[in-house]
Design a protein around this ligand. Structure first.
Ligand SMILES: [Zn+2]
Length: 154
């Protein structure tokens, strides 16, 4: 059907409808936005657990949190996320030349209390395929970066 035919059909239809209803018919179809996107739920986490501590922004990735749910399940003790998503304006990220994994929404630091918990997180993270693992005294960083798997200390 040609555009001109659509236009005349449209005008015919509009003539049949009271002007008060025109707005309803001309409102574009509902778009998914942050406000009306269905909330994804996880077994052990809330999306809010990953909000940037500096700005409150939260671009944590759904696939990452699903993976962290698996890690939490494997470890069997409560996880405290000490850092999740970090805005590019967060002081730690602002120093970097390119966005780190926290700023990409694919990383979290998990608090650990002693060597048994630390080992459990590291061991399970390797088995589950987390590619970036940073080992600190009080936390373990895990991320799902692409490319060569790496591990570091702080
Ligand atoms: Zn980290």
């Amino acid at each position: 059907m040609a555009v001109s035919q659509y236009k005349s059909l449209y005008q015919e239809l509009m003539a049949l409808i009271p002007p008060s209803a025109h707005r309803i018919l001309t409102t574009p179809p509902c778009q998914l936005s942050k406000e009306n996107t269905p909330k994804v739920t996880y077994k052990y986490f809330k999306v809010e657990d990953f909000a940037c501590s500096e700005t409150g922004e939260n671009e944590i990735q759904d696939v990452f949190v699903k993976k962290l749910d698996e890690l939490r399940e494997a470890c069997g003790f409560p996880f405290i996320v000490t850092s999740g998503y970090r805005s590019p304006n967060h002081p730690i990220e602002a120093k970097k030349s390119s966005p780190g994994t926290h700023a990409q929404g694919i990383a979290a630091d998990i608090a650990v209390n002693g060597g048994v918990q630390r080992r459990k997180v590291v061991h399970s993270a390797i088995i589950l395929g987390f590619k970036g693992i940073g080992v600190a005294k009080s936390f373990v960083h895990v991320d799902t970066r692409k490319g060569t798997p790496v591990m570091w200390t702080y």
